[in-house]
Ligand binder design. Structure first.
Ligand code: GDP
Length: 397
């Protein structure tokens, strides 16, 4: 009996020690497979990729081989960790122009009220029609479209035999809408192609609001549920890349930028699309330098950027950013860019600060390309898909 008790005691001891030994490595294995530090991807030769800030920070993993001590109290003196930046949730693009109509109306009131007071003067004679034409030209619509609109409106008013302001205003509204063009395809092509992101190239002269537009556009797309990467191919201004990074950080987009000022912009653009593909983002937006030094220089630079991106696949949009307040000068810039690269859409910025909304009509006519987006202020969400009806209504007040 004594022997049996001794044997039972030994078996029990073996079981306790063996069980402990079995459990310990399991705990260690758990420790090894915990979340590791999230690494950033180098973008290769031309640029460095900055990871988007995580929405929430993952708990730090214990060093490999050390079992987490779940019984230990939390450390009392922890180095203060910077709180993860709160990501902003921009509003979706739909209805933005309606929401921002007030901005447009404020700057277009002079145009609308001048037209309507002439039309309501009760005497629509040659002189009044000339004055109406003058108002349209002053709004940068262009002499040809202004003359065409007046001629047409004049005939319509005569046929309708009316001088009723509401009726004349309705005819004018329809004619303006026709000039702005409701048939243009204003779709912004931002959807990925299988495992390749859509690529948007943003071009334009410095100062037009190009970099700001890239940042605002990233917000528009994030607001619509897309994932975005920004490529800072304006390598001549470090500030432009910093500016893009700030925009990107606010909405959790990634950025690829050059590791030094003056790096090859085409190489950064290539790396941006490569990183976008590797990360599986939906849309890559590439900001470019807008130095209108010589047409040949511009052509070489933009041509090369486009060619290297096209090694990955096609460029989905080439968006020309134009400052609406620059009138004829803006149109001249548009012409030069159109000769250098195939523009697919126009972004008219600073429409909030000018009564010259007629530029929409003039630039579309000049390039045969639709205005796809309009900038209506300096706020982060003051960029809207262009909607002809909301625009014309705001113009007429
Ligand atoms: P870039 O040199 O073409 O990249 O121009 P930036 O993006 O740096 O913009 C130049 C200035 O234009 C900045 O002060 C912007 O805030 C301003 N800006 C851009 N878009 C708009 C707009 O739609 N309305 C107004 N009022 N200002 C704008």
């Amino acid at each position: 009996m004594e022997n049996v008790l001794i044997i039972l005691g030994v078996v029990l001891l073996v079981l306790i020690v063996g069980g402990g030994a079995l459990l310990a490595p399991r705990a260690r294995r758990r420790g090894k497979t915990g979340p590791g530090p999230s690494g950033t991807r180098g973008a290769g030769q031309g640029g460095t990729a900055t990871a988007a800030p995580p929405a929430t920070q993952a708990p730090a993993a214990p060093p490999a081989g050390v079992a987490p001590d779940i019984t230990a109290p939390p450390p009392v003196s922890q180095a203060p960790t910077a709180p993860a930046p709160e990501l902003e949730k921009p509003p979706p693009s739909a209805g933005r122009m309606i929401r921002l109509r007030g901005r447009l109306a404020r700057s277009q009131t002079a145009f609308g009220s001048a037209l309507l007071s002439l039309l309501s003067s009760g005497k629509l004679d040659d002189e009044t029609w000339d004055e109406i034409e003058e108002v349209l030209i002053t709004a940068d619509m262009g002499a040809g479209p202004a003359a065409h609109l007046v001629e047409r409106l004049r005939t319509e008013v005569k046929v309708a035999g009316t001088s009723n302001l509401a009726e004349v205003k309705a005819l004018l509204r329809a004619d303006l809408l026709e000039q702005v063009g409701q048939d243009f395809d204003r779709t912004l092509h931002t959807a990925p192609h299988g495992d390749r992101p859509a690529v948007l190239l943003v071009v334009g002269v410095n100062g037009t609001g190009k970099t700001t537009t890239c940042g605002k556009l990233a917000r528009v797309l994030v607001g619509d549920g897309r994932t975005v990467l920004l490529g800072a191919a304006d390598t001549f201004r470090a500030a432009a890349a910093d500016q893009l990074e700030t925009w990107a950080n606010r909405v959790g987009a990634a950025v690829v930028r050059a590791d030094r000022e003056g790096a090859d912009p085409a190489s950064v653009a290539y790396e941006a699309v490569s990183a976008g593909t590797a990360r599986g983002v939906d849309t890559v937006i590439v900001d470019t330098a807008g130095r209108l030094h010589t047409k040949t220089g511009l052509m070489d630079e933009l041509g090369k950027i486009k060619r290297v991106i096209e090694k990955h696949g096609r460029v989905d949009e080439v968006l020309l950013v134009l400052d609406a307040t620059t009138g004829q000068n803006g149109l001249r810039q548009a012409r030069v860019f159109a000769e250098v690269v195939d523009i697919t859409g126009i972004v008219l910025t600073k429409l909030d600060g000018t009564a010259k909304g007629g530029i929409v009509i003039a630039v579309q006519r000049e390039l045969g390309v639709p205005v796809k987006l309009v900038g209506l202020g300096e706020g982060p969400d003051d960029l809207a898909p262009f909607e002809p009806e909301a625009f014309v209504d705001a113009m007429l007040g």
